[in-house]
Design a protein around this ligand. Structure first.
Ligand code: FAD
Length: 292
């Protein structure tokens, strides 16, 4: 499938290798997407640059209220991390729902983002958390919103034949905040979801201060239901307002008719159900945290 398989010892060496091969080399991490794409002829890179032995890309850590996740971190590591479970439970739930144990043990969260599918479970939670990605290029490193990495179905604005993502970061959920992830799929394992959603809410006293809702796959890229989230702000987090927000999210979502995933009508109806569940679980969870 490829002619060469290289192991750079640093990010800088990986970038040099990419440059030296002029677009014919590509970053590979867990390979759960890329190997299949190579087998199907969808990836024509001749050289694979494996980043899994580069020191310093395996961290899950909190600094100054921000959580950082390195490019080698797998879905299993995210799902079982005590830090993620306590400060960003929505992401632990999302990564814990990816594929089966074998896929979760090798597939990385960053690879999930770069693969750029609107149904990607980990990415949906990162959208709800308003996460950013650190992009390393020959010119230097920069932070960019994860939402800005999506240019369409399977299209990432970071070209893995020229650059790499080294880590992700987002604000740890603090006092008054909680999140939840919901997913609908034909089987519980080994398939991309029919729908998924991640919601994060922040409560101040008995009112919603902030909400963010991400939904997939209902558009070419993960969809952020801004209007639905804004409708909650300033309101008490009761069932009526949560139901109204879920209705608004379903109205804004644009799922397509799909032979694999069901009719647009069915999926729109299910968006409302999933968003309501995710929001309500987040609200209840926050209540439990506040009382514990
Ligand atoms: C059987 C099966 C079931 C699956 N189920 C699910 C599921 O339920 N939910 C879900 O969301 N996904 C699922 N997936 C998809 C896949 O496992 C995830 O997208 C995974 O997170 C990809 O990570 P990886 O490390 O394997 O990426 P790779 O396959 O190594 O790479 C994926 C893409 O990202 C690029 N890349 C990887 N790392 C970097 C980096 N650091 N910088 C720049 N580019 C990079 C590669 O060049 C490639 O384009 C499934 C896959 C399989 C095979």
């Amino acid at each position: 499938m490829w002619d060469e398989y290289l192991f750079p010892a640093s990010v800088e060496e990986a970038l040099e290798m990419l440059e030296a091969h002029g677009g014919e080399a590509r970053i590979i991490a867990g390979g759960t997407d890329l190997v299949l794409q190579s087998q199907r002829g969808q990836c024509t890179a001749r050289v694979m640059i494996d980043i899994t032995r580069i020191p310093g890309l395996d961290h899950i850590e909190e600094r100054d209220g921000l959580i950082y996740i390195g490019a080698q971190v797998t879905h299993s590591q995210v799902a079982t991390s005590p830090l993620i479970r306590s400060r960003a439970g929505v992401l632990a739930e999302a990564c814990g729902s990816v594929g089966g144990p074998q896929i979760r043990n090798v597939g990385t969260l960053v690879g999930n983002v770069v693969n750029a599918l609107p149904a990607a479970d980990g990415a949906i939670a990162l959208f709800a958390l308003d996460a950013e990605a650190e992009v390393a290029e020959r010119a230097g490193r920069r932070w960019t919103p994860v939402a800005a990495l999506y240019a369409g179905v399977g299209l990432c604005t970071v070209d893995p034949c020229a650059a790499m993502i080294t880590q992700l970061r987002f604000r740890a959920l603090g006092e008054g905040e909680a999140g939840a992830f919901e997913r609908l799929a034909k089987r519980r394992a080994l398939v991309l979801p029919i729908l998924n959603t991640a919601a994060v809410v922040r409560l101040q006293g008995d009112k919603v201060e902030r909400a963010r809702i991400a939904i997939g796959p209902v558009a070419p890229t993960p969809f952020v239901a801004t209007e639905a989230a804004e409708a909650l702000v300033g309101q008490p987090p009761d069932e009526a307002f949560v139901a109204e927000a879920a209705k608004l999210a379903a109205q804004a979502a644009q799922p397509r008719d799909s032979l694999l995933r069901g009719s647009a009508e069915y999926r729109k109806a299910m968006v409302e159900v999933l968003v309501r569940r995710a929001l309500w679980r987040a609200v209840l969870q926050e209540g439990e945290d506040a009382n514990s």
